[in-house]
Structure formats: C-alpha cells, structure tokens
Design a binder for this molecule. Structure first.
Ligand SMILES: CC(C)(COP(=O)(O)OP(=O)(O)OC[C@H]1O[C@@H](n2cnc3c(N)ncnc32)[C@H](O)[C@@H]1OP(=O)(O)O)[C@@H](O)C(=O)NCCC(=O)NCCS
Length: 172
C-alpha cells in the first residue's frame, strides 16, 4: 500500500489515470473529443491537488491547454498529473496526456495543460496548503516559473473581474 509520508513532495502528488477511447467519446471526425480529454485532465489534476491539500479543492483556472495530436478509437489515453507549485491556498498542477497504441505500446504526447486549484474549507473559503517540497532541479525551476505564471493569472483575473470587462460593455 502507498505510504502517506509527512513530506509534501511533488512525487507524493503524482497521479496517473488510464482510459480507452470508446466510439462514444469521439467528435465529428471520429477522433477523441477535446471536451472529454479536458474532463479527464480536470479529474486527474484535482486528485493531485487534493493529495497535496489533504482536503477539498476547486478548479480556479485552466490554461496553456494544447491539443498536439488527434487520438483514435481503441487507443489508450494516459493522463499524468502532479503539483508543480503551491502558494498560500492555491496550487498549480501540470498535466501531460499521452496516447498509447494498445498493440505496440508506443506512446506520444497529445495534450498538455496547467491548472490552478484552490483548497477550500467547509464554507468554500480558501484554506492554506502545505509548502511544496521540490527535490529535483527540474521541479525547482518549474516552481520558480510557476510563480511568475501565478502573477500573470492574477492580472488576468483582475482584468476579467473589472466592470469594464463585461461582454456588453466591451462592445459598447
Ligand atoms: C477559486 C475561489 C475559491 C477563489 O476564491 P476567492 O475568494 O476569490 O479567493 P482569493 O481572491 O482570496 O484567492 C485565493 C487563492 O486563489 C487564487 N486564485 C483565485 N482565482 C484564481 C484564478 N482565476 N487563477 C489562478 N489563481 C486564482 C489566488 O491567487 C489565491 O491564491 P493564494 O491563496 O495561493 O495566494 C473562488 O473564486 C471560487 O469558488 N471559484 C469557483 C470555483 C469553481 O466553481 N470551480 C469549478 C468547479 S470545481
């Protein structure tokens, strides 16, 4: 059984889910529907964030979402998520999605996304999360970069929350 340690490492948040592309999951071109992938991404990322927060989390934003290759019926879809950054109550989760050929085992990256989750208490108010222990040079660099991305997202949110950002006002 997986041991829940006292340290709050990136590795302790790591999640991998697997799906098979069924015909009902496809778009008009017969390839995997992007909205389906987004749901799988959101669920895997939420589990990674909840592992770090040790409690309920909500999705605050999803960005840097790139669909790089189509995925076909019968292929496996592997969703890998891990917490890349934690601030006070918010966490960034990086998600990579791979397709896997069921017969050869060949894998290719198909989708990438960054999500921000906020840990919440019983009233739905933001709740503090533990500090994230970064271990490898990659994790440390990504943490620093994520801190800059957080600042950009907060600027975006401020712009979207401004009364002048209302769609009717924008077109006035
Ligand atoms: C996310 C939410 C809890 C934030 O609550 P809030 O009262 O606005 O909180 P604050 O302004 O104090 O921000 C709290 C944290 O969220 C982060 N945050 C808030 N909105 C964000 C956004 N759009 N993108 C990235 N981070 C965001 C802030 O940076 C802050 O992080 P920190 O505590 O680590 O410094 C609230 O906006 C909410 O409930 N949104 C709806 C969530 C939802 O329904 N998701 C879909 C279903 S899960």
């Amino acid at each position: 059984m997986r041991q829940v340690g006292k340290r709050h490492t990136v590795a302790a948040t790591r999640v991998e889910t697997a799906q098979v592309v069924l015909p009902g999951y496809t778009n008009a071109m017969g390839t995997l529907f992007g909205g389906m992938v987004m749901q799988w991404i959101d669920v895997a990322a939420a589990i990674a964030a909840a592992r770090h927060a040790r409690g309920p989390v909500v999705t605050a934003s999803m960005d840097r979402l790139h669909f790089l290759r189509p995925v076909h019926v019968q292929q496996f879809v592997i969703v890998q998520a891990e917490v890349s950054f934690a601030a006070n109550s918010s966490m960034e989760v990086e998600v990579n999605v791979l397709s896997e050929d069921p017969w050869t085992g060949d894998r290719a990256t198909t989708t990438h996304a960054l999500l921000t989750f906020v840990a919440i208490d019983e009233q739905g108010h933001p709740r503090a999360v533990p500090k994230l222990d970064t271990e490898t040079p990659f994790e440390k660099r990504r943490f620093r970069e994520a801190s800059r991305r957080r600042a950009e997202r907060l600027r975006d949110r401020e712009r979207l929350q401004a009364p002048s950002a209302h769609p009717r006002k924008r077109h006035a």
